[in-house]
Design a protein around this ligand. Structure first.
Ligand code: ATP
Ligand code: MN
Ligand code: MN
Length: 302
């Protein structure tokens, strides 16, 4: 795969046309982060986030009373968003029916979702323009609870190297939670079944070669002391957390792109939080992150 030199540049926070109510409501009680602060965070990072979060079907983790109270995962349009900044795209379901999914394409769209109680944005692996042809594949590394972050990092680097042997460039995303996602940008060409099949075989092969480290099946019992390579994010309709998303976890950690060399020095998947918008914006324009997530490549035969 050829790495393209262009990388999205950070913009100043754009003007927002959404009225955010209850700005002082505390959404993250552990660190006293309010709804207003969360809305301002998403407005601030919109320039670096939208290249990944814009124009693709999204699901929302909404926690109207804050992250420590009831949250729900919203996949479909509920018609309740302010203004016309949250768009709908009809998508054919397995049973042949059609459902409206949500997508945004600007900072107002992100903030309109926060206004409705959204904390997290999760995205499909394809854009609304090429819904049936994924533009990214992702391996979500889910470590068993007893494993330390060093083990996860080593696993991520190993996946990167195995992918490179197959000619694929990949990038590391701290999930903001426990793990690391290995992201493989794709030129939209192969359709969902082919991408899913590739991800399945790749994960399964690793599990077969190193059964003490990796497992490619969902079964919790088999995960003991191992890392589950969650390749199931790569089926049509599945989502994964998007870069710069705030997680509904204590301290408002965010999903953050890192370079492979930076990853060596990082000690937790929650290294940055909503309070670090300025640093995240500066980082996005840094040498380390130049070209992060960008590669013009298609899946080889496996
Ligand atoms: P961590 O590093 O802590 O694992 P993560 O974002 O990878 O963080 P996972 O639990 O491994 O979290 O991933 C679950 C994925 O499944 C999420 O990325 C999300 O897109 C999706 N998901 C989460 N909740 C739901 C739900 N209720 N229904 C369907 N999909 C969900
Ligand atoms: Mn995970
Ligand atoms: Mn997972």
């Amino acid at each position: 795969g050829e790495v393209v030199a262009e990388t999205p540049v950070a913009l100043d926070a754009p003007e927002i046309h959404i009225k955010v109510s209850s700005r002082d409501r505390v959404i993250f009680p552990e660190s006293n982060i309010t709804k207003g602060e969360l809305a301002d965070y998403y407005a601030a990072v919109s320039g670096i986030m939208l290249p990944w979060a814009g124009n693709r079907p999204i699901s929302l983790v909404r926690c109207p009373q804050g992250r420590a109270k009831a949250c729900f995962f919203q996949k479909h349009d509920a018609g309740s968003f302010q203004g016309d900044h949250v768009h709908k795209v009809p998508i054919r379901e397995k049973d042949g029916s059609s459902e409206d999914y949500l997508y945004v394409d600007d900072a107002d769209g992100l903030v309109a979702c926060v206004q409705m109680g959204t904390i997290e944005f999760h995205g499909w692996g394809s854009s609304v323009e090429t819904l049936e042809q994924p533009d990214r594949m992702v391996f979500d590394l889910d470590p068993d609870e007893e494993l330390g972050f060093d083990v996860v990092k080593k696993a991520a680097v190993d996946l990167k190297e195995h992918l490179a042997e197959l000619g694929l460039v990949s990038f590391a995303l701290l999930s903001g939670g426990k793990g690391v996602h290995v992201v493989v940008p794709l030129t939209p060409k192969a359709e969902w079944p082919a991408v899913k099949d590739f991800a399945d075989r790749f994960a399964r092969a690793l599990g077969e070669v190193e059964p003490d480290r990796f497992v490619a099946t969902m079964s919790k019992a088999k995960r003991k002391g191992r890392i589950f390579i969650d390749w199931l994010r790569n089926q049509r309709g599945s989502t994964a957390v998007l870069p710069y998303v705030a997680r509904a976890r204590p301290g408002a950690p965010v999903a953050a792109p890192v370079s492979w060399s930076e990853l060596r020095e990082i000690e937790t998947a929650g290294r940055w939080s909503v309070r670090d918008a300025a640093e995240l914006i500066a980082r996005a324009a840094s040498r380390d992150l130049a070209g992060w997530g960008v590669a013009d490549q298609v899946l080889p035969d496996l």
